[in-house]
Design a protein around this ligand. Structure first.
Ligand code: ATP
Ligand code: MG
Length: 288
């Protein structure tokens, strides 16, 4: 589905509220973030229904990570609102995310280099219990039932993500694909209902990417996922819907099939629309 620039105001609303019921999931409404004169996000609206996987794509600098930074309370918006499960998130902070049932992975890897794999995963648990969970994992079993429950959860996630064999290792020495799985396990520690993945496939091999695709597909049974990614094959294969950002504006939204054939997407990535009039000598030059 494509939005002509002259109709962005209403079309944005109509296009993004059709085809599913955002209901008690994530609702991003007219969200703006300005850094001085730069509009990193400019009145962006879209929904993510419960159990949906929604892709957010767009060229470098389009505003994708900024969007995650607002949803997760690192940044406060210049305008608009983020609503989660029917409630406005206006003054939340990153440390509120676990309680809200929201988790994210960071662009890159973002693991603590001096903590082991198991300790890094434990860091995704409730902040008040992290220190004790780390102690419990280290073998200091002075923990309460709750702490034992959390350290048990670390063990489960290490198994689920196939990283148990590296539990006691520092992440820096491990293959990139393993580090990415550790980051995902850490995000899953709080049993999120909404998972924000910022370029989870960056730097992955074909095999690791296929593994990631299957994992995200399986996660949808227990949570909603917003997937920021540059790997189009992955996005098109696993997302229910895709939204496209360009220079902070939402320029298209729709099913993967609709997005694949959208000239707005081509324009965003290549700077020229398919079928747009181009000077014949320029196109000859490009072809030759
Ligand atoms: N804290 C900040 N202060 C000033 N400008 C910022 C800040 N954070 C982001 N920006 C700018 O906002 C714009 C959007 O950045 P953002 O990181 O959200 O892009 P992105 O879509 O995630 O790009 P990429 O695909 O490269 O990760 C960019 O022009 C960036 O330079
Ligand atoms: Mg980014």
């Amino acid at each position: 589905m494509e939005l002509g620039s002259g109709h962005l105001g209403w079309a944005r609303e109509v296009a993004l509220h059709t085809g599913h019921d955002g209901g008690q999931g994530l609702e991003v409404h007219e969200l703006s973030v300005h850094f001085g004169g730069l509009k990193a996000l400019d009145r962006v609206s879209f929904d993510v229904g419960m159990g949906e996987v929604v892709g957010v794509i767009g060229p470098n600098g389009a505003g994708k990570t900024t969007l995650f930074n607002v949803i997760s309370g690192f940044l406060h918006p210049s305008g608009g609102v983020v609503r989660w499960r029917g409630r406005d998130l206006r003054h939340h902070r990153p440390h509120d995310l676990g309680r809200l049932g929201i988790a994210r992975t960071l662009q890159g890897v973002g693991l603590w280099p001096r903590l082991t794999v198991a300790e890094n995963v434990a860091c995704g648990g409730e902040p008040s219990l992290r220190a004790d969970v780390v102690s419990a994992i280290a073998g200091v079993w002075r923990s309460s039932g709750e702490e034992r429950r959390l350290s048990h959860r670390v063990g489960q996630l290490l198994e689920e993500l196939d990283i148990a064999q590296w539990a006691g290792r520092l992440p820096g020495a491990l293959p990139h694909g393993v580090q990415k799985r550790v980051a995902l396990a850490r995000a899953l520690m709080c049993d999120p209902a909404l998972l924000l993945l910022d370029e989870p496939a960056s730097g992955l091999s074909e095999t690791d990417m296929a593994d990631l695709s299957a994992r995200i597909h399986a996660l949808r049974a227990r949570m909603s996922v917003v997937l920021v990614e540059h790997h189009m094959d992955l996005v098109m294969a696993i997302c229910d819907r895709v939204v496209v950002l360009d220079f902070g504006q939402l320029v298209a939204a729709g099913t993967p099939e609709e997005i694949r054939s959208s000239s707005a997407v081509t324009t965003a990535y290549l700077g020229v629309a398919v079928g747009a009039d181009v000077d014949a000598s320029e196109s000859d030059h490009a072809a030759g």
